[in-house]
Design a protein around this ligand. Sequence first.
Ligand code: SF4
Length: 372
Amino acid sequence: MSVTLKVATKKLIIRDLIADLGQRILDGGQITRDEALELINIESNADIMDLLSWANRIREHYKGNKIHLCSIVNAKAGACSENCSFCSQSAAYQTGSPRYGFVDPEPVEDAMSEAKENNVTAVGLVAAWRGLKEGPMLDEVCDRIREMKENGKSRPDASLGLIETQTVADRLKEAGLSCYGHNLESSRRFFPEHCTTHSFEDRIKTIQFLKNAGIKICSGGIIGMGENREDRIDLALEVRAIDASVVPVNILNPIPGTPLEKQEQLPPMEILKTIALFRFILPQKEIMIAGGRTVNLRDMQSMIFTAGASALMVGNYLTTLNQPVEKDLQMLKDLGLDPDWDNDFADQISNGTNCGSSCNSTKKTTEALLPV
Ligand code: SF4
């Protein structure tokens, strides 16, 4: 066979593979780890565009034109005991990031009002500390959640680190919490490369306590930390195994003073391809593009929806700036997308049990999720 013919045949095979897998997902099926690896190793821009177009079709099929918006309130900043190498709030690094104690009711009320004005579905209370234990701080956290629930202008979410007992998770549920953010951050293999003060397994255990309490899970990770493509696929498969309802995809914004300050940024097409793979692996979930989108994607930000994203973090991030909410809302309007999201995850059906035979990391996680 001539070289030209071989190249043409390979292109056709890749295009057919994308279409076959895309159609399988539209028909309610799942993609295996080996198939996902095949797709994430696509290199040509023309093929990546094909992949994005199928991811867009899958998003529209399962999500219509609805987009779930979230915002966050930094409820306690800086001086964190953990050493996550991407984070400016760790006490281990000199970053000049602000430090303050637990938030008063007023800034939370302001965030709820702003969320209501901008059609933002959820406001997350986010604290920079290792985790939440029983005691006076848990009482204060529960007070804030109760106030947010009573305020009613947006859904009260929280991201408060590790949880080590069922009682803590149950108290949060009683206070009115419906969704908890706890990223797995990266694959099980890569996790010790960016954090040594707690483990991937600690994060899985936290998620199990929350699920036992009947709290929905918001869990994804950060790409661009030096992990490889296989790690990104394994992260998506782990997220599929824990059945998270919202899946944040953050893109590293290297912060001066952190160990990752000189980390080379991922090319935008690689980021979009990864988002598309998350949509292929998690077809019914709210895939939310969060930190790092403005700095990494620049003019290509609107393509995240073509790549399959169905949710967006708006407003400023914990320690870095985002583009103004008005600009994001205009972007959605221009794309014919609707932020008026009120389905309460009713369109998500658990799909964590029908993985292909090569989906080893999912099996490992499922074992880890046995009652603790
Ligand atoms: S990511 Fe969270 S746990 Fe890790 S250092 Fe930052 S604030 Fe602490």
